[in-house]
Design a protein around this ligand. Sequence first.
Ligand SMILES: CC(C)(COP(=O)(O)OP(=O)(O)OC[C@H]1O[C@@H](n2cnc3c(N)ncnc32)[C@H](O)[C@@H]1OP(=O)(O)O)[C@@H](O)C(=O)NCCC(=O)NCCS
Length: 355
Amino acid sequence: MANRVTAAVTGTGRYLPPEKVDNFQLYEMGTLRDSFNVEQARASLKEIDGADALSDPEVFDYWARQVTGIEVRRKLTPESGLTTEDMCASASLTALEAAGCEPTDMDLMLVASLTGSDEVPNVACTVAKKIGAPQLGGYTINAACAGFVYAIAAGWSAIVSGLANRVLIAAGDTLTRYIDYHDVRTAVLFGDGAGAVVLERTEGDRGVLGPPAMSAEYARDPLFMVGQGWEHEDEPFPLLHMHGGPRILRSAIAKMTEIGQRALDRAGLTWSDVDVLIPHQANLRITRGLEKQLQLPKGRVIHNIQSYGNMSASTVAITFDEVVRGLHGKLPEPATILLSAVGGGYTMGGAVLRI
Ligand SMILES: CC(C)(COP(=O)(O)OP(=O)(O)OC[C@H]1O[C@@H](n2cnc3c(N)ncnc32)[C@H](O)[C@@H]1OP(=O)(O)O)[C@@H](O)C(=O)NCCC(=O)NCCS
């Protein structure tokens, strides 16, 4: 389609901290046992033969995999001295290299994150400085787990409006710094990482198809993190609170279906046009439920929470990089990829990209 200005992805990258924490190591930390009822969990392992003979750490591992799908997650250790900003910078440099661009070629830096190490300078400015482009203007977007899709929408609109020709987007979170490791139902879920993309102005037939879709629904209870300085006396720093339950699982599936549908409508496409669906990975039961509800052929919906846990804004960005690099199978040429995410807030974002 000639003369249609849009934003094309010309490079992608990701950074995953080397430190892995599997379910046994998480249980070893000890504090989880305050809220983990071994006998209750053992009773829930209905599919497992010989559950009675399992050790306590084995019960935890089976329970974690059955309820969330997660086997291992990455953790940015305090000993590494690294921050969310460092992870975003590393992913950004990989994306720039893939795009064949220099940091100074960029017109705008966007970072989706809620866990920057500094509030000011903002995370985007710090990342720009770290990659060698301190003059690059930018801002940080907090839309929780939908943050990367919101940043794609912001980058797309900057390019379509003429504000920028090249936008560097990173999404990174270090939620393990905010977890209450006494609360098993939250601590089991999260990991750290960052992903990045370079968006460039194009008039070709690749890139973001149609305006991305964004939506929200105010709900504080299912997930909240108190801001710095607003903690209660008995909560010295802003711990993350995550609630679960079947209602939240069902609503996450419904919300990702709805926002995905809206993005497809805006692109003039249907579900059968989608080669790959990258949903936010909050729980394997959610992404499997989505796959079942949409009746998409096996392999079209990506599931990688098993290896990483929920990495908030970075989840979709990291998965996008993996998909582009062929780690989830060979892509058709061209390939139509749908990003669909729901995050705390709730925030919802959907975007269709042809690469
Ligand atoms: C942590 C989480 C995985 C728990 O899932 P859930 O569906 O609420 O789990 P349930 O309460 O049904 O518990 C599952 C089983 O574990 C057992 N269990 C729950 N809490 C337990 C605990 N503290 N100790 C031991 N066993 C426990 C339950 O008894 C239940 O067993 P059953 O199947 O025999 O009834 C859930 O909070 C979650 O997935 N959160 C993600 C939310 C989300 O995706 N939000 C979207 C926005 S990002």
